[in-house]
Design a protein around this ligand. Structure first.
Ligand SMILES: [Zn+2]
Length: 420
């Protein structure tokens, strides 16, 4: 179903008809009061939102859509009330919902580029569904246009503008990692010091936004790239030691279409990497990795970045058990994990075979030191799970963009430390 539409309200027009825009349904229940539903219609059933599991037995479908991005026009000097209908809490405590993805929604922007949270918020009971709550946010508009999103949106347009900006750097090649199901280019940023021959450096691959509502991963990779092209000794060392191969957005179709986690095929892209017949997007990136190997280049390290932290702000990293590595490799893997841990003391490593996941394929198919990192979202709360009663309303809980960028620099530092 389409997530693209324009809705003419009494005074304000709401539109999702642009790259990255998406919302399922809107109603204006009083002038300038907009009830918004991010979920797909088929996800409402049996008196609940039927959030589909990402990991159910044999379930290769993607999880529920819950991201949203829309634009209001005609709102200069007006106050808008956004009533956003969400799942409050799943019956299973570990389930992912918009609540855990970002309790700080919505975020707003006057220009589509600079984002801020909305401090005036409250939480109401649902309007019928058992697990539904309504986050009510009020905002006084300073411009005629206001962008509203569930989290700082990392869109295909943003990536294209960023890649164009980097293209002038002598250290950057803007390449293609492949094509999507809908024929979109999947940008690949190669960053290195071209004066150092390939044999004298490692290849460090990073992917983001397979699950395209996990937006922090896109910002994180952009932060890495921005730092890697900058002046300064650390960036220069990183460029000499590595060729960085950065794919900020794997799931370009769903990002552009504003479909949240949903890929057109209904499949979860991060379960496709070891299938004989993966979705086009993943197959296309695998061909790029194959071609890289055919040139005699190694995939030394491979990190697949995701954008959910646990509720207490911990970053989790599924790492592959030692049986996947030769003894020498296992030692290097331990050292890599130690270097990451030094920069991210709060990271939690979980042993996970990662069958079908990008990290699993990186290790078993391409011989890489591979892992996933899930983070970039919550501020670290020191192990204290948030009180759900104040979860939506109790102050900023999401990393501001500058902190995401700072974390990206720490990731580069970990790789430089690892190279020794
Ligand atoms: Zn994910």
């Amino acid at each position: 179903m389409s997530t693209k539409f324009t809705f003419q309200g009494t005074r304000i027009r709401l539109s999702t008809d642009f790259a990255g825009g998406g919302l399922t349904r809107v109603e204006e229940t009083a002038p300038n009061v907009f009830d918004c539903w991010p979920y797909l219609a088929e996800e409402y059933c049996d008196g609940f939102f039927s959030l589909r599991s990402l990991d159910g037995p044999g379930d290769t479908r993607d999880g529920a859509n819950f991201s949203f991005l829309f634009r209001l026009d005609g709102c200069l000097n007006q106050t808008v009330t956004l009533r956003i209908h969400v799942v409050h809490e799943r019956l299973k405590a570990d389930d992912v919902s918009v609540v855990y993805a970002n309790p700080d929604f919505p975020v707003v922007s006057d220009d589509g580029d600079h984002w801020e949270r909305v401090p005036r918020k409250r939480l109401l009971g649902g309007s019928g569904l058992a697990d539904e709550r309504i986050v009510v946010a009020e905002h006084s508009c300073r411009q005629d246009t206001l962008w509203v999103s569930y989290q700082y949106p990392y869109t295909t347009d943003r990536l294209r503008r960023f890649a164009d900006r980097l293209a002038g750097s002598p250290f950057v090649r803007v390449e293609s990692a492949g094509r999507s199901t809908e024929g979109r280019d999947i940008p690949l940023l190669s960053i290195t010091d071209p004066a150092v021959p390939p044999a004298a450096k490692q290849a460090a691959w990073f992917t983001g936004l397979q699950h395209c509502a996990e937006l922090g991963a896109g910002w994180g990779i952009e932060g890495m790239a921005e730092f890697l092209v900058s002046d300064g000794p650390l960036a220069a060392v990183a460029r000499r030691k590595y060729e960085f191969k950065l794919i900020p957005i794997v799931n370009v179709d769903a990002v552009a279409e504003g479909r949240g986690r949903i890929h057109r095929s209904g499949r979860n892209l991060n379960r496709e990497w070891e299938r004989p017949d993966p979705v086009i997007d993943v197959g296309s990136i695998r061909q790029t990795l194959d071609a890289w190997r055919a040139q005699g280049r190694a995939v030394d390290t491979f990190v697949d970045l995701h954008g959910f932290s646990t509720r207490d702000g911990t970053w989790t990293a599924p790492v592959l058990p030692p049986g996947n590595f030769s003894p020498a490799q296992a030692q290097r893997y331990e050292r890599l994990l130690a270097c990451i841990k030094q920069q991210f003391p709060q990271i939690r490593y979980d042993s996970f075979e990662s069958v079908g996941l990008a990290a699993g394929a990186a290790v078993r198919t391409y011989g890489a030191l591979g892992l996933s990192i899930d983070g970039w979202v919550f501020k670290y709360a020191g192990g204290q799970p948030p009180d759900l009663a104040t979860h939506y309303t109790g102050g900023q809980k999401v990393l501001p963009l500058p902190e995401i960028k700072a974390a990206a620099v720490r990731l580069v530092q970990a790789w430089v430390d690892f190279a020794g």
